[in-house]
Write a protein that binds this ligand. Structure first.
Ligand SMILES: Nc1ncnc2c1ncn2[C@@H]1O[C@H](COP(=O)(O)OP(=O)(O)OP(=O)(O)O)[C@@H](O)[C@H]1O
Ligand SMILES: Nc1ncnc2c1ncn2[C@@H]1O[C@H](COP(=O)(O)OP(=O)(O)OP(=O)(O)O)[C@@H](O)[C@H]1O
Ligand SMILES: [Mg+2]
Ligand SMILES: [Mg+2]
Lengths: 261, 261
C-alpha cells in the first residue's frame, strides 16, 4: 500500500506526463487506487485533467510544500485534490518553480515532498509523481520520496545518451538520501519499429543497461491518438480504448504489476 | 553583425536543439558566419557536434560564465571553441547547472551571459543560443543577452498551451532587463500535415498569436532522418540534403533572412 513511483527523465518530451496519466489509468482499471502528483511547474498533467488555467487554482502542490516548509497545518484534502474517472490528482502551477529557490536554505530540503506524501500513503495503492525535464531540487525531492523510479525513454540518440546522467543522479540519491530506491525499469515510448535507427538505438540501450535495469517488454507505439486525447483532457485509454497505443499502455499496466509491484 | 538569437521554449522535446543546429547550418550555407552556444546542461547540442562525453571537455560555457562572475581573465578562444563544417560552438557540460545556484547571489546575475557574449559579437554574423526546457536563471540569461527569440513549437496541445507562459516571461524580460528584445516568430516543428488535430492546433495558434507574432511559413516536417543525423553527429542538412526536412530547414534559413535578419 502507498507505493510511490517517480516518473523521471531529464530529457524533454519523452512521454513522462503521457505515461504518468496512462499508467495510472491502466492501474485504476485493474482495481488500484491511484493518486497522481503533478510535480512539474509547467503543469502539463494538471492541464490533461481538464484544468485550463492551473495558475488560477487556489491550492496546489506548491502550497502543500510550503506548509511542510513553514510547519503550517495542511488544508483539507477536499480543498485541493481533483478527481477524474477514479484517479485523484494533486495539481500543480507555475508557482512550484519558486519552491526550488525557497528550498536552497531549508533544513532537509531534499525530503520535503517525502514528508508531504506521508499524509497520503495510507489512502492509495500507488502514488505516481510526474517530474519535470531537469535534475534539480524538485526532481531530487521526487527521487528522495519514491520507492522506485520508472524511466520513460524514446529510442532516439539524444534520449539514450541522457540515461547515463539520470542513472548517476539516481545512484547519488540512493547513496546519500534514499537507500531503498530502486529502478522499476525503462519504458520505451513513441516507438516506431519500422525504422532501422530505432532497432539500433534499442540494441544500444539493451547492451548498455539490460543487464542491471529492466527494459519493459511493452513498448508504447507512436500514435496521433495521444495528442488527440490530451486535447480532449483524456488519457488515450479513455479516448480510444481499442487503439494500439491504448492497448500498449494497458499491457504495460499489467506487466508492471506482474513484477510484484 | 553579431546578432544574437535565443532558441527558447520551456516545453521539452520541441526541436530546440535540432533547430539551433540546422538553422545555423542553413545560415552558414548562405554565407553567414555563425557561433553556436550550447546553453543546456544536458549538452545535447555539444553531443550533436560529435562530443561523446561533454563532461570531459576542459573548458565549456560554464568556465566562461565563472570567469565573468569572478572577474577573471578568459582563456584563449582556441582553447574551447569547437569547429565543425563552418560552424563554431562554445560547448556545454553538466557543470552549467551549478551556475544556476551560483548566480543566486551574484550582482547583475541576469546579464552574465550578455557580458560574456560581448567578446564574440564582432567575430560572427549570428550567435545562436540553444536553451534548456525551463524558464530559470539560465534561460533568463539567454533572453537578457539576445536581440531576438525564435520559438520552435510542435502542433500539439501541450506545446501550444505552454506558449503563454513563455511569452509572459519574454514580456517580463523586455520590461525589466532587455527592452530591445523582439520575437522573431514561432517555427512549427515535427509537423505532420496529414492529421486533423495538427490543423486544429495550428488554427488555435494562428488565432491566438498570429496577430502579433509571426508564425513562419516554413514548417519543419517530422522525419526519421533527423534522429539518424544526430546519431551520426551531423545536421540533417548535411546528412540528407535532398530530404524534405533538410529542404524545409534550408527554406527556413532563407525565410529567416528575408525578414531583414
Ligand atoms: N506514444 C505517443 N505517440 C505520439 N505522441 C506522443 C506519444 N506520447 C506522447 N506524445 C506527445 O509527445 C509530446 C511529449 O509528450 P509528454 O508531454 O508526455 O512528454 P514529457 O516527457 O512529459 O515532456 P516534458 O519533458 O516537457 O515534461 C506531447 O505532445 C504528447 O502528446
Ligand atoms: N523534424 C523532426 N522529425 C523527427 N524527429 C525530430 C525532428 N526534430 C527533432 N526530432 C527529434 O525529437 C527529439 C527532440 O528534439 P530536440 O532534442 O531537438 O528537442 P529539444 O526541444 O531541444 O529538447 P529538450 O527540451 O530536451 O532540449 C530528438 O530525438 C530529435 O532527434
Ligand atoms: Mg511532462
Ligand atoms: Mg535541446
Amino acid at each position: 500500500k502507498g507505493r510511490i513511483i517517480a516518473i523521471a527523465n531529464q530529457k524533454g518530451g519523452v512521454g513522462k506526463t503521457t505515461t504518468t496519466l496512462n499508467l495510472a489509468y491502466s492501474l485504476s482499471e485493474l482495481g488500484k487506487k491511484v493518486l497522481l502528483i503533478d510535480f512539474d511547474p509547467q503543469s502539463n498533467l494538471t492541464m490533461c485533467f481538464g484544468v485550463d488555467r492551473p495558475d488560477e487554482l487556489e491550492t496546489t502542490i506548491y502550497d502543500l510544500m510550503m506548509c511542510i516548509i513553514d510547519e503550517k497545518e495542511m488544508p483539507d484534502k477536499s480543498k485541493y485534490i481533483l478527481s477524474f474517472n477514479n484517479l485523484d490528482l494533486i495539481p500543480c502551477s507555475i508557482e512550484l518553480s519558486a519552491v526550488e529557490m525557497s528550498l536552497v536554505n531549508v533544513m532537509s530540503r531534499e525530503v520535503i515532498l517525502k514528508m508531504l506524501l506521508e499524509n497520503f500513503k495510507n489512502d492509495y495503492d500507488f502514488i505516481i509523481i510526474d517530474c519535470m525535464p531537469a535534475l534539480g531540487m524538485l526532481t531530487v525531492n521526487a527521487l528522495a520520496a519514491c520507492d522506485s523510479v520508472l524511466i520513460p525513454a524514446t529510442a532516439q540518440y539524444l534520449s539514450a545518451k541522457g540515461l547515463e546522467l539520470l542513472l548517476q543522479t539516481i545512484a547519488r540519491v540512493k547513496k546519500r538520501i534514499n537507500p531503498n530506491i530502486t529502478i522499476d525499469g525503462i519504458l520505451v515510448t513513441m516507438f516506431s519499429d519500422r525504422t532501422k535507427l530505432t532497432k539500433e538505438i534499442l540494441n544500444l540501450m539493451n547492451d548498455a543497461y539490460s543487464e542491471y535495469i529492466r527494459i519493459f517488454e511493452s513498448k508504447i507505439p507512436v500514435s496521433i491518438k495521444v495528442g488527440e486525447a490530451s486535447y480532449r483532457y483524456k488519457s488515450v485509454i479513455e479516448y480510444q480504448p481499442k487503439s494500439k497505443v491504448a492497448l500498449a499502455y494497458q499491457e504495460f499496466g499489467k506487466e508492471y504489476l506482474s513484477y510484484g509491484n
